[in-house]
Design a protein around this ligand. Structure first.
Ligand code: FES
Length: 659
């Protein structure tokens, strides 16, 4: 472990740490553009200059390129180093436009920060600035090449880290161009990371263009709800509109990046016509009145049919608290069925997958990135969990052997493919995996004995589970589940003997349903009524519901999702609910009456809706949903690494401690 001194502070760091990282470890910031923790060094920008006062290397050096060594004495404040960094900024600003006031990156621009920090304010060079022609890169990313400072981060991410081939660097010397070989939408499913990784405004988020400055945003640490991996994000909102989503670093999960689905799928939250108004038989009422109506109708229903005829339906897309409260409501009412999954196969396979994972066996994305052998069974990663494909690529880049067990497409994906073929979208949608692999016919053909850190990645499919159960467990397991809280629902289903909705309906006993954030993919049998449905998205349940209870989206509340590896992660409220100001047409505009609350804001998280309903039905005030086996999650903070849970069979799920 090299020991060195940086700005009079003694530092000891692991072998291979650079001087820049050593300084960061004791909170000494050194400016940097081309260096990035996930991409490593390039030595391209020269802005990380420090002065080596003593030791094996002397003089002004690039701290990102220099490995820390014993006896080094480093100064980041030496006049020569400061002057070098100042000069680099001035050289970069020779060609960079002075357009901060009209640049969408303004306020969150590293170049702007360093320019101001370095004191560069007067332009001495009076020549013409270099200019480029921009490209159309699709509907998500705006291109402004004149702002480029040639740090090469974009191309290093796009090609090396993410495996994209349609974007690169062209030209030479002072006329390099970062773009596509021909204009058109970027093909990589990770292209949105260019926005985060560019240290200035060459790539900006077109979907949020000119809508807000960094300091205008409401933002909070959150978790992506668009697949089961639980990648960490920072959603950013203004005026009750979710404007953009950026990646949040979590080394155990997504590292520094997110996929384009997680970044750009914001429209569904902002849809003016999403359920925002409580309705009783189609008539607008307040949320309180709607809850009163549910309580009254439930009383009538129970008297007429008895509790066994009632099904309470939760869902893998609802947070853990909501699903725990659904189980409590079922218990309180003595309802005949509690359902977390729609389909019997899905319920069985997700439960079996969760039961196979223990804290030691379940592989995080970090484990996948560090694996030396990976087998893919019964899953289509780019379709079902794109960031897992990116993690596999990192392992492959480090020399891991990747194997595909045939057939590799899960049932879910096959359905998706059929739909895409029917819509004529198949060719454009199916993208090649960003790593090389070999085909084998079964897990028994894998050279598992030669691997030190093998990982098997499976879809929660019959073929995947069969394959995994038939081999000795020397590898870690990662299952790709269906929904951000599928693992949590599988555990709750086991604890509370839940059944799939299809099974409950097939019994012929169920006459009434109350659903919470659940999707309905089937026709309900004749005589089955949806007494009430709570959701923030329009679904088959909300369309059929006698009482519609509008719920908050995940960005409008605090909650917990348990991801595919059993990692509980808290997400925080980002924005207040209500109709976004932008996009209101005269038809959609609410009545122009004075009120203390925003139109469309009479909504609540599903967990709170259930608690309010139970109170109306005579239950004492409902305490914290996280009780009993879930109590250990009460102190879980948003923004950390999360807490990995252990699924045990039988017995209650117990937090096993941070991993
Ligand atoms: Fe060191 Fe760019 S950060 S040369």
């Amino acid at each position: 472990m090299p020991k060195l001194i940086i700005d009079d502070i003694p530092v000891e760091v692991p072998e291979g740490t650079t001087v820049l990282e050593a300084a960061q470890s004791v909170d000494i910031p050194i400016p940097h553009f081309c260096w990035h923790p996930a991409l490593g060094k390039a030595g391209a920008c020269r802005v990380c200059a420090v002065k080596m006062l003593d030791g094996p290397v002397k003089g002004v050096q690039m701290s990102c390129m220099l490995p820390a060594q014993d006896g080094m004495v480093v100064s980041t404040t030496d006049d020569e180093a400061v002057s070098m960094r100042r000069s680099v900024i001035e050289w970069l600003m020779i060609n960079h436009p002075h357009d901060c006031p009209v640049c969408d990156e303004g306020g969150e621009c590293q170049l702007q920060d360093y320019t101001i920090a370095g004191g560069h304010g007067i332009r001495r060079y009076d020549g013409k600035k270099r200019t480029h022609v921009n490209q159309y890169l699709g509907e998500y990313i705006e291109h402004e090449m004149n702002r480029c400072i040639q740090c090469y981060r974009c191309v290093r991410f796009y090609q090396e880290y993410a495996g994209g081939t349609d974007f690169g660097v062209m030209g030479r010397a002072a006329m390099v161009y970062f773009g596509r070989q021909e204009e058109g939408p970027l093909q990589s499913p990770f292209s949105g990371n260019l926005v985060d990784i560019c240290p200035t405004g060459v790539f900006t988020d077109k979907t949020a263009r000119f809508r807000a400055r960094y300091w205008d945003y409401d933002m909070a640490p959150s978790v992506c709800p668009h697949c089961s991996l639980g990648c960490n994000t920072v959603p950013m909102a203004r005026y009750r509109e979710l404007l953009k989503t950026t990646a949040r670093r979590n080394d155990r999960v997504n590292g520094w990046f997110i996929c384009d689905r997680g970044r750009f799928a914001n429209a569904v939250v902002n849809a003016p016509d999403r359920p925002r108004q409580a309705l009783v038989d189609g008539t607008p009422v307040s949320l309180d009145e709607a809850l009163d109506a549910v309580a009254a109708r439930l009383g009538d229903f129970l008297e007429l049919h008895g509790p066994q005829a009632l099904a309470i339906v939760g869902s893998p897309r609802m947070d853990l608290e909501g699903n725990i409260m659904a189980a409590r409501l079922r218990e309180f009412l003595g309802a005949g069925a509690l359902c977390y999954f729609d389909d019997a196969d899905q319920a069985h396979l997700t439960g079996a997958a969760a039961a196979l994972l223990t804290a030691d066996d379940s592989a995080s994305q970090e484990d996948v990135r560090n694996a030396d052998l990976i087998a893919l069974v019964g899953c289509d990663l780019l379709e079902e969990a794109p960031m897992m494909a990116l993690a596999v690529r990192q392992a492959w880049r480090s020399g891991a052997k990747i194997y595909l067990i045939e057939p590799t497409l899960s049932q879910r994906t096959l359905w998706g493919l059929k739909e895409r073929v029917a819509e004529g979208r198949e060719r454009e949608e199916v993208k090649p995996l960003p790593f090389e692999y070999a085909h084998v016919t079964s897990l028994a053909d894998l050279p598992l004995a030669e691997a030190k850190r093998p990982v098997i990645i499976c879809g929660a499919t019959a073929e995947g589970l069969d394959a995994v159960q038939s081999v000795p467990r020397t590898a870690k397991l990662a299952f790709i589940l269906d929904g951000p809280n599928a693992f949590g629902c599988a555990e709750l289903a086991r604890q509370h003997n839940a059944v799939a909705l299809s099974t409950a309906l097939a019994s012929g006993r169920i006459k009434g349903i109350i659903s919470f954030e659940a999707d309905l993919s089937r026709d309900l049998p004749e005589g089955v009524a949806v007494l009430a449905a709570a959701d923030w998205r329009p679904t088959g349940f909300t369309h059929r519901a006698g009482v519609l209870l509008p719920a908050t989206a995940w960005v409008e509340q605090t909650g917990i999702y348990v991801n595919n590896e059993g990692r509980a992660q808290r997400f925080k409220k980002v924005m207040n609910p209500g109709l976004p100001i932008k996009g209101l047409t005269p038809e959609l505009h609410p009545p122009r009456t004075h009120g203390k609350t925003a139109p469309g804001s009479d909504v609540a998280p599903s967990a709170r809706l259930i608690a309010a309903l139970m109170q109306r039905l005579g239950e004492a005030e409902v305490e914290e949903p996280l009780s009993g086996p879930w109590e250990g999650l009460r102190g879980l903070e948003a923004g950390g690494e999360g807490k990995k849970l252990q699924a045990t069979t039988p017995g209650p799920l117990g937090p096993r401690g941070s991993s």
